[in-house]
Ligand binder design. Structure first.
Ligand code: ADP
Length: 198
């Protein structure tokens, strides 16, 4: 069953947001829209977009806002995202929040909840080191990781000052087993009346 929910999951690199995002989206029957995954798929397939963003991803820089927002608008316009979606990795700065707000407002929609996965910096760095050996992502070099964490702190964390006053942010302790963390997220969504239909 599909339960309508428009969600965003935010957290520093290594917070486990990708893994948790997939679990939550599967339970709700909504698609995960991960900008990082979209860019990596395009790089792998050698598309024009892929060629455009390869060097940017490898350096750990952000892809230009206009381009990223256009890609997200396209993806959210597909049928499977009509009843809901879980955004992972977008919006990543306050400009992108404005772009998303404008797009959703045009459809008479808004985000229902922003799940913030709270993980200490040392913990995310050690998880990233592990992931680098397991997945071999080209942007998991020490330099690119440090740069991405800096961007998270300076550009992405501030989006929470925009969403916080809207009363939609749920801060979740991101330290624990995968199942424990999933349960915490479900409990927070449940408290908002966002429930998986059975
Ligand atoms: P991580 O959270 O580990 O940095 P992601 O898969 O979310 O990994 O993103 C990988 C890269 O893709 C980013 O470093 C950036 O280059 C690009 N990217 C992803 N999402 C965005 C976005 N919303 N705006 C600009 N660039 C993005």
């Amino acid at each position: 069953m599909t339960a309508s929910a428009r969600l965003l999951i935010v957290g520093p690199q290594g917070s486990g947001k990708g893994t948790q995002g997939v679990r939550i989206a599967e339970s709700f029957g909504i698609p995960v829209v991960s900008t990082g995954d979209i860019f990596r798929a395009n790089i792998k397939e050698g598309t024009e977009l892929g060629q455009q963003v390869t060097a940017i991803l490898d350096a750990g820089d952000l892809v230009p806002d206009e381009l990223t927002s256009a890609i997200v608008r396209d993806r959210l316009s597909q049928d499977d995202a009509a009843a809901g979606f879980l955004l992972d990795g977008y919006p990543r700065n306050t400009h992108q929040v404005e772009h998303l707000d404008e797009f959703l407002a045009g459809r008479g929609e808004s985000l229902d909840a922003v799940i913030l996965l709270d993980v200490p910096r040392e913990e995310s760095i050690s998880r990233l080191a592990l992931r680098a050996t397991e997945q071999g992502r080209t942007d998991d070099t020490p330099e690119a990781i440090a740069h991405r964490l800096d961007i998270y702190e300076h550009e992405t964390a501030p989006i929470l000052s925009v969403y916080g006053p809207r009363g939609i942010v749920d801060t979740i302790d991101g330290v624990g087993t995968l199942d424990e963390i999933t349960e915490r997220i479900f409990a927070a969504l449940d408290a908002r009346g966002l429930r998986v239909a059975v």
